[in-house]
Design a protein around this ligand. Structure first.
Ligand SMILES: Nc1nc2c(ncn2[C@@H]2O[C@H](COP(=O)(O)OP(=O)(O)OP(=O)(O)O)[C@@H](O)[C@H]2O)c(=O)[nH]1
Length: 761
């Protein structure tokens, strides 16, 4: 009988729980698979009252029974556990050491109480074995036992409702109908006499127990009847958890998967003599077990092959259908948890599920974020390519940017749908914002590059438009030079600004940026003009010398001057110097602001008029050029300071001096070369010595007429041909040819006139 019941000693005589044996028992009888569908039945009663015999017959277990021949000695030590055979639902039987045993003695009642409490805490049905002849007796052996049961029951804080099935052994001829009221009266009396706390005082017995009574004939004397009635009693254990069944009223059942843990904890608490709060214990068991299940599921997820492959794939790039795959993996683990934790306290189960979900999602999150990262990079790359291609199409920067941004964000959003995990409420707003910022940064860098390119182009065009006209204006620097430069600067700047404004429209810039770019171009234009003026001011000495040379060496018709002595070198020099000084005054300051100044006057009065004063020996007043700035001209607008002007003027004068000296010498030498008459003393000698020859000519009219005619002819030729003038300009082949042509015609005319004169004479 009962080899498969897996009878195991659960707690030994010393009160030590056999954890290994219990684990083995639970595993062998596959208790975990039962969920809540199992019943625990225990038996109490005096020692050697046939408890093991009853259990073995009732449940087909194989607990050790006393050998009848050895007498009534204790056979069951400690607490034993076994599984009933062929009873559904799964029924676990606990056989307790008999009470009131001689072996333990009076002092050892502690173990009795502890085992009684243990049986009440874990059992749905408690069989109480009593001898029939003890019913109604004042000193019956079952009374201390019942007192113990009730006392320990009151120690249970919010106990579960337990069925107490009194099994009357060795029933007599007295029918059960008579015995049962007496027994119930005995039970009530004991219940009433048990000292209770204030909280339990008014509670009736049936709040704690369902009391059932059954009577069996003596096993030793009426074995067959005993077996027959035990078989009938066995029937009551089928479907015992169904409503109306023996354990139909039970509450606070611990799921079978936590049975082992629960038993260990209960026994530990009892041994430590602490209060046993069963609802709290149930919650504690649920907490521990649900946590164990959740941890087990999490650990399985961590090492799940499909998940690990997915993580690896995500590391190398985007994985299509990521969200669905992860959701399905998580679902499978969460479902497993639900299946295993279904019988535990709902509050605990739900809370632990949330914890499991949270941990699982925490595990999954890095992969999810990596996927978002891939999505972001992909959308950004697409945006960059799209924008680059769009910009090649032509004008319309802002429109292209808008379209490309929208399409990139749409791509990201669609990608996010594929990545999102059903069990998580994660949104993408942070990564989306980052993408948006990245796109903005790229737009900004492309726009800046484009704008720089555009502005540089306008600056180059403006510089080109200003350079040559300015150089030409400074070349011919006159009183109205700055007025012309101002006109040029304003017109070119206005034109450039208009064109730039039209070109900027495609960027749809905000007003501030637009104003800044326009302002920058305006500043560039002004700075360029100022820079150019400064550059040209550096060449002022050369220009002054050129200006001086132009006036000094060329006449009004731009013909080179020949210094014959008739020219007034002083006036020409003065004019040329005045013109050079005028150029210096033009180049001395930047005059873009349309303001008048006295630079020309100061320079003239200081440099030209002071020269005249020195020449006229007038003592000059304080030097207005001994300064670093011009009156009413800012240092920014000063190109050549007064002191610099003075120095330049000095250098200029020293450099033109040579040209003036050369001109004066040229006049001197010209004068000398044109003076062909002999000296006065020679003329006087000629007159005195040639007086006789002169008188002879006067006395002879023919000679006188001949000499007169020849003299007239030579004079006529001299005048006609302007021989003196011709030689003044130098000698050339062309001139010599012209000269002889003129000479021929003159000689012919002279011959004609001479012959006419001779004929008339
Ligand atoms: N009179 C009588 N004796 C019985 C009955 N059932 C069993 N016995 C005998 O009682 C003795 C003790 O039986 P067990 O079944 O070992 O009793 P127990 O209560 O399990 O004993 P412990 O576990 O030691 O407390 C045996 O010799 C049985 O034959 C019964 O119904 N009536």
């Amino acid at each position: 009988m009962g080899d498969n019941c897996c009878s195991t000693q659960l707690i030994d005589g010393a009160g030590v729980l056999n954890v290994e044996g219990l684990e083995h028992f639970v595993k062998t009888v596959r208790l975990v698979e039962c969920g809540l569908s199992y019943v625990v039945v225990s038996i109490m009663g005096p020692q050697s009252s046939g408890k093991s015999t009853l259990l073995n017959h009732l449940f087909r277990t194989n607990f050790r029974e006393m050998d009848a021949l050895r007498g009534r000695v204790q056979t069951t030590k400690g607490i034993w556990i076994a599984k009933c055979l062929d009873i559904e639902p799964c029924t676990i039987v606990i056989d307790l050491e008999g009470t009131d045993g001689r072996e333990r003695g009076e002092d050892d009642t502690v173990f009795e109480k502890q085992s009684a409490l243990f049986a009440l805490a874990i059992s749905d049905v408690v069989l109480v074995n009593i001898w029939c002849h003890d019913i109604g007796r004042e000193h019956a052996s079952n009374k201390p036992l019942l007192r113990t049961v009730f006392q320990v029951m009151l120690r249970l804080f919010s106990p579960r409702k337990t069925t107490l099935l009194f099994v009357i052994r060795d029933k007599t001829k007295t029918p059960l109908e008579y015995l049962e009221p007496i027994l119930r009266e005995d039970i009530q009396k004991i219940w009433d006499t048990v000292s209770k706390t204030q909280a339990h005082k008014s509670l009736p017995l049936h709040d704690f127990f369902n009391v059932e009574v059954v009577a069996l004939p003596s096993y030793e004397e009426k074995k067959e009847q005993f077996k027959e009635q035990v078989a009938q009693l066995r029937q009551r254990f089928f479907n015992s958890v169904a409503p109306g069944g023996l354990a139909g009223d039970r509450g606070g059942v611990v799921p079978a998967s936590a049975f082992s843990f629960s038993v260990q904890k209960i026994w530990k608490t009892i041994r430590e003599n602490k209060d046993l709060d069963l609802p709290a214990h149930k919650v504690m068991v649920a907490t521990v077990r649900c946590e164990e299940i959740a941890n087990e599921k999490l650990s399985s997820l961590t090492s799940n092959k499909q998940w690990l492959e997915l993580v690896e794939a995500v590391r190398s790039g985007p994985v299509p259908g990521f969200g669905k795959t992860v959701s399905s993996i998580l679902d499978s683990f969460f479902e497993e948890y639900d299946r295993e934790a279904v019988f535990f306290d709902e509050g605990v189960r739900t809370s632990k599920r949330h914890q499991l979900e949270s941990k699982a999602l925490h595990l999954v999150k890095p992969a999810f974020q990596a996927m978002l990262g891939h999505l972001r990079s992909k959308a950004l790359a697409s945006f960059k390519i799209d924008l680059q291609q769009s910009l090649k199409k032509g004008v319309g920067f802002a429109v292209y940017v808008r379209n490309c941004s929208q399409s990139a964000m749409l791509e990201f959003d669609q990608g996010f749908k594929d990545v999102s995990i059903k069990q998580a409420d994660w949104d993408s707003h942070k990564v989306r914002e980052k993408l948006s910022r990245d796109i903005e940064a790229h737009i900004s860098s492309v726009r800046d590059a484009k704008l720089s390119e555009l502005v540089a182009d306008f600056e180059n065009r403006l510089a080109e438009a200003l350079t040559e006209p300015m150089e030409s204006l400074f070349d011919a620097a006159e009183g109205d030079t700055w007025a012309s430069i101002r006109r040029l600067y304003k017109s070119e700047t206005k034109k450039a600004l208009l064109d730039l404004s039209a070109s900027l429209s495609e960027f749809e810039l905000d007003q501030e940026t637009f104003n800044k770019i326009m302002g920058d171009l305006k500043d560039f234009s002004r700075n360029f003009v100022e820079k150019k003026a400064r550059e040209e001011a550096g060449k002022v000495l050369i220009r002054m010398k050129d200006r001086f040379s132009t006036i000094f060496k060329y006449d009004k018709d731009s013909m080179p001057r020949v210094w014959t002595g008739k020219e007034d070198v002083r006036i020409i020099t003065k004019d040329a110097r005045a013109a050079a000084l005028n150029l210096l005054s033009v180049m001395a300051a930047i005059r873009l602001d349309d303001k008048t100044d006295n630079i020309e006057k100061i320079l003239n009065s200081s440099l030209l008029d002071s020269q005249a004063s020195i020449e006229k020996s007038i003592k000059p007043s304080a030097d207005p050029l001994a300064s670093a700035t011009w009156p009413e001209i800012t240092s920014k607008n000063t190109l050549i300071s007064p002191a610099q002007c003075k120095l330049i003027w000095k250098q200029f004068n020293s450099e033109i001096e040579y040209a003036v000296i050369q001109a004066v010498s040229a006049q001197e030498s010209h004068r000398r070369s044109n003076n062909w008459l002999p000296p006065l003393w020679a003329i006087a000698a000629i007159i005195i010595l040639g007086f006789d020859e002169f008188m002879m000519l006067l006395r002879n009219p023919a000679y006188a007429f001949l000499i007169f005619t020849l003299t007239m002819t030579v004079l006529a030729l001299w005048k006609q041909l302007d021989i003196a003038g011709e030689f003044r300009h130098g000698v050339s082949f062309e001139r010599v040819a012209n000269f002889f042509t003129s000479l021929n015609s003159s000689i012919f005319l002279c011959c004609c006139s001479t012959s006419v004169a001779t004929r008339e004479f």
